[in-house]
Design a protein around this ligand. Structure first.
Ligand code: LLP
Length: 444
């Protein structure tokens, strides 16, 4: 199995076990693997590989389940999708029309959310280093809220907003100093992480903000990390923020809302994760009695399980006892295994492959780095050249983190819904990678 920091030491689930736990994926005796009823082989035939495929029905159902869990806990909560997880216009449009707002972390994400039709009143802006230009854009668009992460940023925003004759609705992002118990590279709520305002200084900064020109403090924000697999860190962090709300109010400050961030984990393998109902209960326990509006910024939980990366086998390389299945997808497409040692399920797509006997294989990409390895010792069928596989849970932090390393083009993307599908982004043309480059004239 993958020597990953957080994987249990039990045998990897087989393709059968992975599919049994994922109702949006089904096998068809002739058409092979289906995503929401659409044969993935048909999409590969039309668009080629590698191609990202997202199930709109799955994304919608997950949004509804989360909203229902919050409503059932009697929370006046609103969901702001963390655009960084998947910023394709089609995905933003479908979440926006389902009722979601957006949590953006750059001017680019803000304009993408707007291009997808998400109204400014449903956009919040997070991030540890927003430029003056990005702050001006946010103010001129009149977005709902700017989550300020430092005294320095607060001072900068005050000058900019006052200069524009605007008042910025501000939530102070507080660092609660809680370890989310997730991968170190995606933990954000410990005191030594770069994020948020130190807990001890937050109340004073809030009072200071209330007196600054161009600033209207409206509440507090936090985000302690991503792919969090237990409720305990959420409970600890929300408890600290609730205490801060009480302290601020006791000192005469108005606190209208708390932005609870994202972070809810999903099963990549077969690991247990909290339910949205569980998370809603923890939020209600902390903030239910405080008469505050609640915002949530989930990314991965909404879209991760809905997407696959469809790839074809280039060749199978046998070295001594090992079998290397070399795909046409690589670390430049899906970077998570290379960056975080992340475990992603891999299942065959062809009907015959879905029924064939299994033996261990290393699944790799063609990029010239050993870290370009999707999986080790994974039980898979023989997989001849040309065979298709689907890499699972690729809907979040997948295509958005792609690069063109090794001059590989950005992969095509498609959306499936109700038995139909459509391309949502073409495969990048190779020449598009260097079309805008110039060679200085002294080299000519
Ligand atoms: N809000 C803020 C302020 C964030 O920084 C993030 C994620 C989210 C919300 C959404 O978190 P989620 O619900 O998706 O866990 N590339 C990494 C994940 C990085 C997450 C960064 N911040 C990965 O592939 O695992």
């Amino acid at each position: 199995m993958n020597a990953s920091h957080d994987q249990p030491d039990t045998p990897d689930p087989t393709p059968d076990a992975l599919l049994a736990a994922r109702p949006h994926l089904a096998r068809h005796a002739l058409d092979g693997l289906l995503l929401e009823g659409v044969p993935l082989a048909a999409i590969a035939r039309d668009l080629g590989t590698p191609t990202w495929v997202y199930g709109a029905g799955t994304i919608r159902a997950r949004y509804r389940a989360l909203a229902a869990a919050l409503a059932a806990a009697r929370l006046p909560a609103h969901v702001h999708f963390a655009v960084k997880a998947n910023d394709r216009l089609a995905v933003l449009r479908l979440l926006g029309s389902a009722g979601a707002g957006a949590d953006v972390v750059s001017g680019g994400e803000l304009l993408r959310a707007r291009a997808a039709g998400i109204p400014p009143a449903r956009i919040v802006f997070s991030g540890v280093g927003k430029t003056a230009e990005e702050l001006r854009l946010a103010l001129s668009q009149g977005i709902a809220q700017i989550n300020v992460e430092s005294a320095e940023e607060l001072a900068m925003l005050s000058v900019i907003a006052a200069g524009m004759g605007r008042v910025a609705p501000v939530a102070l992002r507080v660092n609660p100093d809680v370890d989310a118990g997730t991968h170190a590279k995606i933990s954000t709520g410990r005191a030594r992480d770069k994020f948020g305002i130190p807990y001890a200084g937050a109340a004073a900064l809030y009072a200071h903000a209330a007196g600054l020109p161009g600033i209207a403090p409206v509440g507090l924000a936090l985000h302690i990390g991503s792919q969090i697999r237990s409720l305990a860190p959420f409970r600890a962090a929300y408890g600290r923020i609730a205490a801060l709300v009480r302290d601020l109010r006791a000192a005469g400050q108005a606190v209208r809302l708390v932005d609870c961030g994202g972070g809810l984990g999903i099963p990549y393998r077969d690991e247990p994760v909290p339910s949205p109902e569980g998370l809603a209960a923890v939020i209600a326990e902390a903030f239910g009695g405080l008469d505050v509006g609640v915002l949530l910024e989930p990314g991965r939980w909404l879209v991760g399980p809905a997407g696959v990366l469809l790839a074809a086998v280039i060749l199978v390389k046998r070295d001594g006892g090992s079998r290397f299945v070399v795909l046409d997808a690589a670390m430049n497409d899906l970077a998570r295994p290379a960056i975080y040692d992340a475990w992603h399920g891999i299942v065959p797509v062809g009907a015959a492959d879905l029924a064939a006997p299994l033996s261990p294989a290393d699944v790799v990409g063609p990029v010239c780095e050993s870290s370009d390895t999707f999986a080790r010792d994974r039980l898979l069928p023989p997989l001849a050249p040309g065979a298709l596989v689907a890499i699972l849970e690729a809907g979040a932090y997948g295509s958005v983190m792609s690069s063109t390393y090794n001059a590989r083009p950005l992969a095509a993307e498609a959306l499936v819904e109700d038995g139909r599908w459509a391309p949502i982004r073409p495969r990048q043309e190779l020449a598009a990678q260097w079309r805008d480059e110039t060679v200085p004239n002294w080299l000519e």
